[in-house]
Design a binder for this molecule. Structure first.
Ligand code: ADP
Ligand code: MG
Length: 220
């Protein structure tokens, strides 16, 4: 099993009140799955992805990644696992405006980019239809192109898992479909995808849908 969540609970304090973002969430995700996550706004979808990705420690419960207790690992080891095995794609792209496209893809490289990483980054820009624009800045791109750039960055380290949080939320249907196609291609090549989405573009690819409701896994 790639991921095991056992009774994962995350609470926040907000203006003195306690907000339960994940409520005893228990689920398993196998390597090679394409899982869609759905649920109303505020149901804990983003919290779940951050928690799965080693970016947000749960208040209670445990997350196992490849048999290892993700939040029991020393921080440096968790960071290494995160950058080596997990790619993230966000709704708001999270690109760096002053770096060119190649530089943005190479942000995923853990240290100083090697020649091989530079070559791979250029190859990914080609694959995602941005090869001719490698020296442009994100500000010169359309929303669809920006998200393809974010996908290229997520792919740089040949991750096993891609976590995508409403990556098509700011895209028109055509560009949304194209981004989903790239995630589906990653899945076809053996990758695991967990995708938060409100749209229907991924329905044909998702093998399973996890529904969240107030931080709890709802019956399908
Ligand atoms: P979704 O992605 O499904 O919209 P989130 O995971 O972002 O839901 O949020 C779930 C709940 O947790 C919401 O009530 C939200 O306000 C709260 N929450 C999320 N992150 C924080 C935070 N950093 N601080 C306080 N409350 C938070
Ligand atoms: Mg969210």
């Amino acid at each position: 099993m790639m991921i095991r969540c056992k009774e994962v609970t995350k609470t926040f304090r907000k203006n003195g009140a306690e907000v339960v973002s994940l409520d005893r969430f228990t689920a398993e995700i196998a390597a090679g799955e394409f899982v869609a996550v759905r649920g109303p706004s505020g149901s804990g979808k983003t919290t779940l992805l951050l928690t799965l990705g080693g970016m947000q420690r749960p208040s209670a419960g445990a997350v196992q990644f490849g048999g290892r207790d993700l939040y029991g690992l020393p921080p440096a080891e968790r960071a290494r696992l995160r950058s080596g095995e997990i790619g993230f794609v966000f709704q708001m792209f999270h690109l760096v405006p002053y770096l060119d496209l190649l530089g943005n893809v190479l942000l995923a490289a853990p240290g100083r980019p090697s020649d091989a990483e530079r070559e791979r980054a250029a190859g990914l820009l080609d694959e995602l239809g941005l090869g001719k624009r490698a020296s442009h800045r994100p500000g010169e791109l359309s929303a669809g192109e920006r998200q393809r750039l974010a996908v290229a960055r997520a792919l740089l380290n040949r991750p096993k898992l891609i976590l995508a949080d409403e990556p098509t939320g700011n895209l028109d249907p055509e560009n949304a479909a194209e981004v989903i196609r790239h995630l589906a291609a990653f899945h076809q090549d053996g990758g695991t995808v967990v995708l938060v989405t409100h749209g229907t573009a991924a329905d044909q690819h998702a093998g399973r849908i996890l529904r969240l409701d107030q931080g709890r896994l709802a019956a399908n």
